[in-house]
Design a protein around this ligand. Sequence first.
Ligand code: 5GP
Length: 206
Amino acid sequence: MESEESSSTVEGARHPRLVVLAGPTAVGKGTVAAYVREHHPEVWLSVSATTRKARPGERDGVHYLFVSDEEFEQMRHEGNLLEWAVVHGRAKYGTPRGPVQNTLDAGRPALLEIDLQGARQVRQAMPEALFVFLAPPTWDELVQRLVGRGTESEAERHDRLESAKVELAAASEFDVTIVNDDVARAAQDLVSLLVEPPVSRKGLKP
Ligand code: 5GP
């Protein structure tokens, strides 16, 4: 076990790296990911499949692959999803496996922005990945962001706050925590991890 983890730390400097970004609802994972997409073309960002409807401004194939439930189930049954989850009890989201593998095979760093359930599945499938938790500066700030977004109904906000409480408690499962008090800085910290792995990972400290 330890030697596997050690080798992922050492080899991370030479091999393309997979970084999984997760964190509570409305912490700004999407905003940080969008910043990386815009400013760091060297980083490949996975495009998730989802059964939810597109929001205004979202483009199919760029922000998500918007698919029907039948299409999603077909991807799942054919083993084409690296992970998948029902998020907030409403829609299915999943990471297409092929593009991630192709990107890593081509020597490019890859970033997944997914929920906690998905991150846990990726940890099972690819324990060599680096797991990054995006945290809000404070709980009040998180609530503010959730209410301020205004794209969800009251019932959805309630569900998301409940999920966020559970998700915040999961920070200790992650290798690294980045506080999202400034999007540009948080994105820069994330990109540094993609190209330059930390010296030690959780569990390897003396
Ligand atoms: P939204 O609908 O607001 O874009 O995203 C809702 C949640 O779904 C976010 O927490 C986001 O991280 C998560 N999510 C997006 N894509 C995936 C995915 O491929 N897999 C999983 N498990 N979660 C995802």
